[in-house]
Ligand binder design. Sequence first.
Ligand code: HEC
Ligand code: HEC
Length: 253
Amino acid sequence: MYKLLTAAVSMALVSSFALAQASADKKSGIEIKDYPGNTPPTEKVATLKLKGDAKAGQADYKAYCEACHMPTGGGTPDGSIPQLAGQHSSVVIKQLADIRSGLRYNPTMYPFARKLPDPQAIANVAAYIGTLCIPLDSGKYQGPDAAKQVAEGKRLYEKECAQCHQPNGEGLKEMFYPVLAGQHYQYLLRQMTEIHDGKRVEVPPEMLKVITKYNNAQLAAISAYQASLTTPGSMLRSGGSMCKTASAKGGKT
Ligand code: HEC
Ligand code: HEC
């Protein structure tokens, strides 16, 4: 019921999105730009106002997150668990709030996400994730036709995805556009398929309109391209960094 209503409202407000996007020019801090589809669960709004304490977040990350997302925040190259290191803090917070509220269906993680007691704890964990260096050994597309797939994916990505996810897949913090560069190929492909099939309700209608046109082969090519990109740490936040070694086992924990 709530979701249906949200979708209806989203569709009706498509045009106001362009305005919100046009005014997203603040580069410091998290300036919340709302858009249709980006419904504001109160927890997300409350959390975004808080300053996270990375040190406090480290303990919760170890207790509730690292068994799956790994001490490095790199997830698993088979794509069953996404890379979090390098993701915008706004995106980490939004996705956590969405998962905790059930808006984003993630039964595997749900009980662990619920362990965080309050918005401050969410802000702390997000701050801790923000201190992790970005691992470089994420899962790539491995087929023999990789060069061809990456080239085709680049063509498609630049046509209709880069406007939001940015030319190097670095996303946009202020708009909650996720970083896609350096994410695992299999995870990207799974998310794109779920978004294509309408299973992630929080995706902006503009993205849905674009992605529903593509078939599986095209989605695989776009995923191959995105997974081939690496985001310079400096693009993400001041002090952000790439891990020094390709396989950063243990990371900076
Ligand atoms: C039992 C394993 C598990 C645990 C524990 C877990 N997660 Fe997850 N997490 C996942 C899976 C699986 C996904 C991706 C789900 C999907 O494919 O839709 C995910 C997705 C996410 C995302 C969304 C990433 C994106 O790119 O959209 C964030 C953020 C996240 N987790 C943070 C956390 C934090 C913080 C904790 C600790 C409080 C945590 N997770 C604990 C399994 C886990
Ligand atoms: C209007 C801006 C916009 C456009 C255009 C757009 N996206 Fe997105 N995309 C988003 C937003 C916002 C999200 C996060 C949705 C949410 O909060 O759950 C997202 C999420 C994603 C995710 C999931 C990331 C994750 O970590 O879970 C993938 C993959 C993705 N987009 C790929 C694409 C591709 C491929 C295209 C082009 C065909 C595209 N997007 C076009 C805004 C856009």
